[in-house]
Ligand binder design. Sequence first.
Ligand code: SF4
Length: 889
Amino acid sequence: MSSLKERKVAARQTTSSRDVEWVPSICNFCSTVCNVRVGVKTIDGKKTAVKIEGNPNSPLNRGKTCARGQAGLRQTYDAQRLTIPLIRVSGSKRGEWNFRPASWEEAYGYVMSKLEEHQVRPWEMSMVGGWTSCVFYMPLALSFVFSTGIPNIVASPMQQCVAAGHFGNDLVTGNFNFHDEVLADFENAKYILLSMTNSGVAAASTSRLVRFAEAKKRGAKVVVLDPRLSETAAKADEWLPIKPGTDGAFFLALIHIMLRKDLYDEEFLIKHTNMPFLALENQGMVVPLMESDEQGFPTSFRVLDRISGEVRQLPGYSNTNAVDKEGKNLVPALEVPPGFTLDGHKVKTIFQYMLEQTAKFTPAWAEQETGLPAATIERIALEFGQTRPALVDPGWHGARYENILNTRRLQAVLQALVGGFDTPGGWLMSGEYHEKLLAFLKAKQEGKEVPVLSLPGLQFPLTAAGKFFNPAEWSHGHPSFAMAKSMADKAEGKPGVIFPAFSDYGLEEAVEGKLMFNGEPYRIKALLMNAANPVRHFYPDTRWKNILTHPNMGLVVAIDIVPSDTAAYADVILPNQNYIERDEPFLYGAGPATDLALTTRFSAVEPQPQTKGTADILFEFAIGFGALDKFMETISAFSGYDLAEIKEEVGKATNGEQTFTQAIRSVSFKHHARNLGLTPDQLEKTLREKGVLVVEAKEKLMEHAAICRQLPVPTPSGRIEIYSLLLAGFVRQEGYRINWDPGLVYMPPALNQEKKPDEFFFTYGKTPTVSYASTNSNNPILMALSKAKEDEFMGLWIHPQRASLLNIMTGDTVTVENCLSGQKVQINAFVTEMIRPDTVFMSSSFGTENPLLKYSSGVGTALNRLVPYQVEPIVSAFKTQEFTVRVTK
Ligand code: SF4
């Protein structure tokens, strides 16, 4: 009998036989965006996709895919696919699947007539997008809304992930989207700490998993904080079942010990962070001694030079504290002598203030908060602080508790203490991020503008989202409804949300006519949704069902591939090409790959005849809105593409000689080919052959563009900000609130600690087989895999101690009631010791409703039926676990 290895080789040879053509593509089953190749055979005269596998040339996923990536093949041939435009049958209600087929012309005509009928003005529309829209269509979506005057985009990744959670890390490092910008270098780390994440390495990211597997092979120690024994925790050397929502307390105790026992990278802290900056205390707040320009950007900081004993001025924006404003070398002191004064004021370094702030966060204190033994916490702190390279995983999904931004910020501080940025075993920034940062710094030096989409890290959301918040950016004078809601809140003395970027905050009020702006109702009457499924992904489902079915909602348009739960609430459904069918309109960076690389998709099989790509749909809407010229100009302004080339190519699309996708793709190829010194044909040939073009390898990039050590980061000061200047700005703007304390503070989760026997803390997470209800739930292969582990993947995890008290056994149907909101769901129990006795867990990606989703409809329980609408006040991140639940049989 042949070995497993021989059989695998034989299978590969069979599928790699000469009649299979391999076409490079990018997986679309999760936002990891792995490079894949699609095996295509001609069957009965028709090109048919027969296999998807990882692209071996990929510096990102290194030839591997997960189960979802391979099963993606089935989406193309899903019998339930949307294949023709659909218009709601007159008299039927949104939510009912009652549509009639239509031509594209009729569907567009219907949309325009409804906009006219309901007199929808530009600010009364909103786009709604899922992660596919963000990752692949942001250049077009942003250009579309600015050219048509629509100041509203609701993007599901923001309140779940990119703003929720990531923004906490960003405040320290100056990044924006950790999915796309940062790859934790697990394989070179010797100590790995993971908190509040299973998805990064176990359920949703092949690129992370391949590196994590290497780390395990090389013997790195892995410690996982998680109330349940997740797939990641099961692979750890130590599973620490922490009390939900208290990870911040754990981090603070680690910081407490590492600062006191000198377990930090002193040189890094001195040179590249704001720890040595001099500061004073003013009304209980720590305030750095700094000067700023008229726009509030810092122009200088002060430090005490260890060598000369003088107070010296540092530049406002720099990667290093080793050179002062006059260009002279210095070595800033981390601590000043007791009683040190400057201009009659007592001053200390930020480092000294941080020592004082963390004095109370002892391991004994953390034991009370986290439920983990103080001795364990202390030991982990010593191990983490003494091992190099040590790495704390930056995390993934963020929507959890009001303290999430603070918690993620604390973990970034921990990473800063060990100096682990752009170094082996640390947080590695992507090649594309380096490229953007280099171009930004060059432009800054030359006093030139950088196109919005090329801005690195935090510079991008501060500029792009800032436009949505500023009424003066729009000819009609309306900011986004989310900012209008925040302004209205503040006028009523409520906190509002400081930075509600691409958020649904205030949408329900706007639809109901309850949101006021400048003395008039700010209404939302029409939604244009692309690859979005808010009925399943936003909280709670009833809020979005109310938004979509409200009589004031004049028009709902859904662009989608499958009949999602949300598509059932549309008036018009526009069928979308799927990812293996389409050429992409752009060339992209290869996700968070640390090499600087370019990639794109190539159409592997003929699209369904009546489907269209999102780019072409937006193009046709731009024509319908009379905004095509402005659309082209905005694409050029935002992306830096040549306007004359755009006009020439789009002109051919207008004449019907090519599609809009082909037009923009052609411009994109010309743009990148020019930068690379290639012809567009040469670039296309390489990408068609390899799928990925490595422009500059990581090792080369590190020679001249290592973040911090060579380049400043996009924080206000250019340094790693352990004291957050952005949060300090929020204090000045909004007054003090612990959420935006710029120092090191603890925010306990708002959870009832005196629970009755049937009351539990609540957690949820992704499964490795189905992680995104929008793209991979209705897949027969993935559903079969999920059902093989039905209890574990779809059940409510409950500890045997508590289950026996409540007379609950595995397989019993139980009712879970939200103690805060009263929402109830039914779910089968999974009794297991793999969870803390005071906590229950369920998966987040089941429970779809539309019966047309043959494989997933009615399977499992939908998370968003249990979670109420609660958001925190900085970015309106969802607070999806800030409640307890009652479990009854
Ligand atoms: S991790 Fe899996 S689903 Fe996600 S992009 Fe990669 S192969 Fe696709």
